[in-house]
Design a protein around this ligand. Structure first.
Ligand code: FUB
Ligand code: ZN
Length: 639
């Protein structure tokens, strides 16, 4: 035990900070465990993280270079004489990419070559900063006059938010403040000229508040929290500057606490909710708490089964309650990630597992689907149905608006930081996968925990604790697991389930083993009939995974949309080692009309159609469209 303590003391403070450092947040019940304290072993997430480090991060840099995105910085610093390229927000994509590498460095997963490339990019960024602290490649050089002129769309503060988050992650991964200092200089520039009693300003895309609050947490400088408050409250002097519909779309300008439902641009909305939750954790402001609770209840009518949000393409926006079309689903990868950010914050604020349910749903499904298994193709949209048109290119290496790829990278590289939390009474386990964790309880007791599991393919998780002392181990019990069998040191126990966690309090001895068995029986999931697209259909889930049918896997010569599941029969789960990187597929009895739908008229009298029996196969949703283009459906007609 002493050795662990000594090792912990040897970790420099910069590396020992979690994704969100809520250790001093007065209204946070839970406190994060650093990315550096968790080593993810071979399991479900390791291939995704490996694909990110080995393919996604290096190839995205090549694409940034090919598309002139790094040159935008070199142009401003005079290192290159080229025109500016790409939409106004491209700087933010580079920052998110750097943030992901910062996290990879925290967990010791970034190879030296990647670090070197990132350092060169940081150097290009730093060289482009104005003497007065301003930085944004869209409004520098010959474009200085346009600064802060079109706040609705210019993304200057959005980019700054991403710069600060990248700077913080980089500093926590390397101890080097160079990138963070660039961001802080721009914040100081803002504080000098803008805010109450100075010039009014607003953010056209929420993001800066999250980063300012983390900057406040890491520096203790209250001015950053005050500036975040200024953006969250909105400056009344700005209200006349935007069209009424933009007050909804932007999720900014007017006070956050005036919001009554999730609406407008989905990513903006999720980031605003995340920033507001951060603000609540720092201040305990009850107005924020009440609004956040109301908005979260609204999420329950606007979220896809995959954890994706933002169903409308127009305005990349939330629809009405229950407006959740499958084929037209917009469900941007960034919106699912924003949903995770928000729910993680709500979890830290409350210790209530209902938030981790949403986090896990989005993580395994609507966000995980966003990056291909190879790590080089990305979904911007993550629909729940496709007709299999080869022109419908859902996975692409590059988007002119390339917000999603680096967002996926940063979530995958920071993932170890979402496995655990601590609270006054002990340790919380939120996610299950092979990993080992070395950290300390809040009374300073050193603790190690080792997880061995095949989750989410199997429901058994073995957790070996190395700690001496009395504390509570809170193990998340997902709601989908109807029961959870638990043994502690070989003896069966029935721990109380409090807010979604099995709480086991005892005097722990090094080597104590807890074994939990979750129920992985495949589930038939129904939808509220107010979701009109899902009437007469069921979805299939197993553990945290949503399943889908792809045309390719169905009996030869049959059309995907002819099949309906014969719901009275059991599933046949099968581990398929060589398929889609290794997945459990589900086979199930199904029926189809003897005459395919495509050969029948558009309308006709209701007739009994002879049905043919067969067996359909389902794969996990996150792996959809990783082979040739094919039709796909999550919600399946049933009998
Ligand atoms: O506006 C910046 C990003 O581009 C948004 O977050 C995404 O929704 C996309 O519109
Ligand atoms: Zn995006």
């Amino acid at each position: 035990m002493k050795t662990i303590l000594v090792l912990l003391l040897l970790i420099p403070a910069a590396f020992a900070q979690p994704v969100l450092d809520t250790s001093k947040s007065p209204s946070a019940v839970l406190h994060g465990v650093p990315v550096s304290a968790v080593k993810v072993g071979d399991g479900f997430w390791s291939p995704r993280r490996k694909a990110t480090v080995e393919t996604s991060l290096p190839t995205l840099l090549v694409l940034f270079e090919e598309n002139g995105i790094i040159d935008n910085f070199r142009r401003v610093s005079g290192r290159k004489d080229v025109p500016r390229r790409g939409p106004v927000y491209t700087d933010s994509d580079v920052y998110k990419w750097l943030e992901a590498i910062g996290f990879a460095l925290q967990s010791g997963d970034a190879p030296a070559g990647l670090r070197k490339s990132a350092e060169a990019v940081i150097d290009d960024i730093a060289a482009s900063q104005d003497k007065n602290g301003y930085i944004n490649t869209s409004f520098m050089g010959d474009k200085v006059a346009q600064r802060h002129t079109a706040m609705r769309g210019n993304h200057e503060l959005y980019c700054l938010g991403h710069l600060l988050q990248a700077g913080i992650a980089w500093q926590r991964g390397t101890g080097d403040r160079k990138l963070l200092d660039v961001g802080v200089r721009m914040v100081e520039y803002l504080i000098r000229d803008f805010g109450p009693g100075k010039k009014p300003i607003f953010e056209g895309h929420p993001e800066i508040e999250l980063s300012l609050i983390e900057l406040y947490r890491s520096s203790g400088d209250r001015r950053y929290l005050e500036l975040a408050k200024y953006f969250l409250e909105g400056d009344p002097r700005n209200v006349d500057k935007v069209r009424p519909q933009d007050l909804v779309y932007l999720n900014t300008v007017i006070p956050f606490t005036s919001r009554t439902q999730l609406e407008g641009h989905a990513v903006r909305s999720m980031y605003a909710c995340s920033g507001a939750t951060d603000y609540y954790m720092e201040t305990g402001d009850k107005k924020y708490q009440a609004v956040l609770e109301k908005l979260w209840a609204d999420l329950g009518t606007k979220m896809y089964l995959t954890g994706g949000v933002g169903s409308r393409a127009q305005g990349e926006a939330f629809g009405e309650s229950y407006e959740l079309p499958n084929r037209a689903a917009y469900t941007e990868s960034c919106a699912a990630i924003g949903n995770m950010f928000w729910n993680w914050r709500l979890l830290q604020a409350t210790g209530d597992g209902k938030f981790m349910e949403v986090f896990e749903r989005a993580l395994y499904n609507g966000a995980n689907s966003g990056m291909s298994l190879g790590g080089n193709l990305y979904c911007y949209r993550n629909p729940l149905e496709l007709i299999g048109d080869p022109k419908d290119k859902i996975r692409n290496p590059w988007y002119n608006t390339t917000c999603c790829p680096p967002n996926l990278q940063r979530i995958l590289m920071s993932l170890p930081g979402y496995f655990y939390s601590t609270s006054k009474d002990g340790l919380w386990v939120h996610l299950y996968d092979n990993n080992s964790m070395k950290w300390k309880l809040e009374d300073g007791t050193a603790v190690e925990l080792n997880q061995v599991t095949k989750y989410p393919w199997e429901g058994r998780v073995e957790l070996t604790v190395a700690a001496s002392g009395t504390f509570t181990l809170h193990l998340r019990k997902p709601v989908w697991s109807h029961n959870a069998k638990v043994t502690v040191a070989g003896a069966t126990v029935t721990p109380a389930v409090e807010k979604g966690y099995l709480s086991i309090r005892r005097a722990w001895k090094p080597g104590d083993k807890v074994v939990v068995e979750f129920d992985m029986t495949p589930r038939l999931t129904a939808s509220n009939p107010l979701v009109r697209d899902n009437i007469g259909k069921l979805a299939i889930e197993r553990g945290p995974l949503v399943y889908t049918m792809e045309g390719l896997d169905q009996p030869a010569g049959t059309a995907l949309f002819d099949w309906r599941i014969d719901a009275r029969n059991p599933f046949r789960p099968e581990w398929q080692n060589g398929m889609l990187g290794g997945v459990v597929t589900l086979k199930h009895a199904a029926l189809r009309p003897s005459k395919p739908h495509a050969e029948r008229p558009l309308y006709g009298e209701v007739l009994k159609t002879p049905m043919v029996r067969g067996e359909i196969m389902l794969i996990p949703y996150y792996a959809f469209q990783n082979r040739e283009p094919t039709a796909m459906q999550v919600w399946i007609p049933y009998r």
